[in-house]
Write a protein that binds this ligand. Structure first.
Ligand code: GLN
Length: 578
């Protein structure tokens, strides 16, 4: 199909200027919601100019959370915003990196596809980028595709991407393409002013690359005075209604309502000749009305992780907690707890005031003993606990140590442990390549009737997203179950434990998958909803001191063949069969 024929579909390209990290992804997601609220089919794509093939191999310090799609792609965290705002499952097509583009072009060159030709940035690399942009619309059959270019204009890496979106305006027709530039207005404290000059320079740079923006979204922490709107319109040659001030809101979920009010939806509908339809944002208004919670007593939930200085590393977890609180009308009081501090000071010092404890996903041994201690504290003190992937694994290690002995561990942290209660999946053995090789994406999970999990979901079969190499070792499941920690969700084909829960606790549940990726502000994930509900119940019942302490005291004695110290516990012969 030629690009001209493909041009019936509308494309909105969003670039960034001045600095990164001003919330371009949220603005894009919010615009997606405005279009969807008009009944328009919309899809969103992120172009990341870095050379990594995907962010799966990057440190959370570099990149924040790795968002996993239903089809198992490890993607940029902005895809999480997109999915949560437009309430659609996106696919691997929705995140394109320079690494993917160059890898494919070079592969084609080696195959001989360009035989005789010189392979160049234009047209080969830009052609590949254009192709990948157009594919999103085709695969999703969206009427409007919004494409966010990562980074800021002027970055060397982003130039082929900017050039590609410039070419697309020619190829698809001017009436089918709209450019939005998102900038920052810095605040000068000494004069109390917001400055527009960096925006002007950024637009000049964009024009130098051949793109004149149709809309400028100006991010600022303070209200933008009306005369600046006029000034930016004049200097940047954009219609005044298309200069959009965007201050920082206390909740990102307020952004779509604000952008609608200030006329973004109307400007887009007119420019792209979309049939003008009245937006229906009723559900969104409901979300915003309850986003800050109504209860007087905030619900303190501790998240025990190792990237607590960088909350973006756990973005979807935090959003999923918020969604559950919106539904429960609770006021979330998030407490970041560094697992290494728990290791050093003991759990009481950091978790005594927590009404719920979450241990999110993670990799590697740093802070692991702190996470194990947090799981023990939650179990013993009967504090609602939600373990996500690694959070399930540490809960298993912790309880196995209590039942079978201190040597219990995951082979991820102690490859020689005599009690490998968490072991590498069979399918993962021998894999040396790091990128894209984990067990990734959605797998079915059958729920055991009569369990917390089945009750929370209200269904018997669910599909959840994964990103891991290790699993609960089959050999120890019965022993753990006998002592009150049982499997309540299983991957039917592989027999792997997907959910485990305690039978002697208000709420103690861990999942091998990442439920946080499927939570939506209007539809909290059932496991998060059940966790927050339990935390609220415990919270309302009274102070921590009033809670029963020391569930371990009440724990049934281990079966006679087991040595509580674990030293003599028979080492299973053979390894866990995934
Ligand atoms: N490191 C663990 C594994 O690979 C847990 C992964 C995670 O929490 N996402 O199985």
């Amino acid at each position: 199909m030629t690009e001209t024929r493909r041009g019936q579909r509308k494309h909105i390209f969003v670039t960034g200027g001045v600095v990164s990290s001003v919330g371009k992804g949220v603005a894009v997601a919010a615009i997606g919601r405005l279009l969807k609220s008009r009944g328009i089919r919309v899809s969103i794509q992120k172009l990341d100019p870095y050379f990594n093939v995907d962010p799966g191999t990057m440190s959370p310090y570099q990149h924040g959370e790795v968002f996993v799609t239903e089809d198992g792609a490890e993607t940029d965290l902005d895809l999480g915003h997109y999915e949560r705002f437009i309430d659609e499952h996106l696919t691997r097509e929705s995140n394109v990196t320079a690494g993917q583009v160059f890898e494919h072009v070079i592969e084609k060159e080696r195959r001989g596809d360009f035989l005789g030709g010189t392979v160049q940035m234009i047209p080969h690399v830009t052609g590949e980028i254009r192709e990948r942009i157009l594919r999103v619309g085709e695969a999703s059959d969206a009427e409007v595709v919004i494409v966010e270019v990562g980074g800021t204009v002027g970055d060397i890496e982003s130039q082929p991407f900017i050039e590609s979106i410039r070419q697309l305006r020619r190829n698809l027709g001017r009436e089918n393409v709209f450019y939005i530039h998102v900038t920052l207005l810095p605040h000068i404290a000494s004069t109390g002013e917001l400055k527009t000059k960096p925006t002007q320079h950024s637009v000049q740079e964009l024009r130098r690359l051949g793109i004149q923006p149709d809309m400028i979204i100006c991010r600022s922490d303070d209200e933008m005075p009306p005369e600046l709107r006029e000034k930016i319109a004049l200097f940047c040659d954009v219609d005044e209604p298309a200069v959009i001030p965007l201050v920082t809101f206390s909740s990102i979920y307020e952004v779509p309502l604000y952008l609608e009010k200030i006329g973004v939806g109307a400007v887009l509908a007119q420019a792209l000749r979309l049939a003008e339809r009245t937006p229906d944002l009723a559900v969104w208004e409901e979300i915003v009305a309850h986003v800050n919670g109504e209860e007087n007593r905030p619900l303190r939930v501790a998240v025990v992780g190792k990237y607590t200085q960088l909350p973006d590393a756990y973005l979807s977890v935090v959003e999923a907690l918020r969604h559950a609180c919106i539904a429960q009308r609770g006021r979330l009081d998030l407490k970041w707890v560094n697992a290494e501090d728990v290791e050093a000071d003991g759990p009481e010092a950091h978790l005594n005031d927590a009404r719920g404890i979450v241990v999110p996903g993670g990799f590697g041994p740093r802070g692991i003993e702190g996470k194990i201690a947090a799981a023990r504290f939650a179990r013993e003190k009967k504090i609602p606990y939600l373990g996500l992937c690694l959070g399930l694994q540490v809960a298993v290690i912790e309880f196995a140590r209590a039942v079978m002995g201190a040597a219990a561990n995951s082979t991820e942290f102690d490859p020689g442990t005599p009690l490998p209660v968490i072991d590498q999946m069979e399918s993962q053995r021998g894999i040396t390549q790091k990128g894209g090789t984990m067990r990734l994406g959605a797998y079915p999970c059958a729920l055991e009737p009569g369990t917390l999990a089945a009750e929370a979901y209200g269904e018997s079969l669910v599909h959840e997203r994964h990103r891991h190499r290790w699993e609960v070792n089959d050999r120890y499941k019965d022993v753990l179950a006998e002592h009150g920690f049982r499997v309540s969700g299983v991957w039917p084909e592989g027999g792997l434990a997907e959910i485990m829960e305690r039978t002697d606790h208000p709420f103690f549940l861990g999942s091998q998958f990442h439920p946080e990726f499927k939570s939506r502000p209007n539809r909290p994930h059932p496991l998060f909803a059940a966790f927050v509900q339990a935390a609220k119940r415990v919270h309302l019942e009274g102070d921590q001191e009033a809670l029963p302490i020391g569930a371990s005291d009440e724990m049934p004695a281990p079966p006679p063949e087991l040595d509580p110290e674990g030293e003599e516990y028979p080492v299973p012969s053979g390894r866990f069969q995934g």
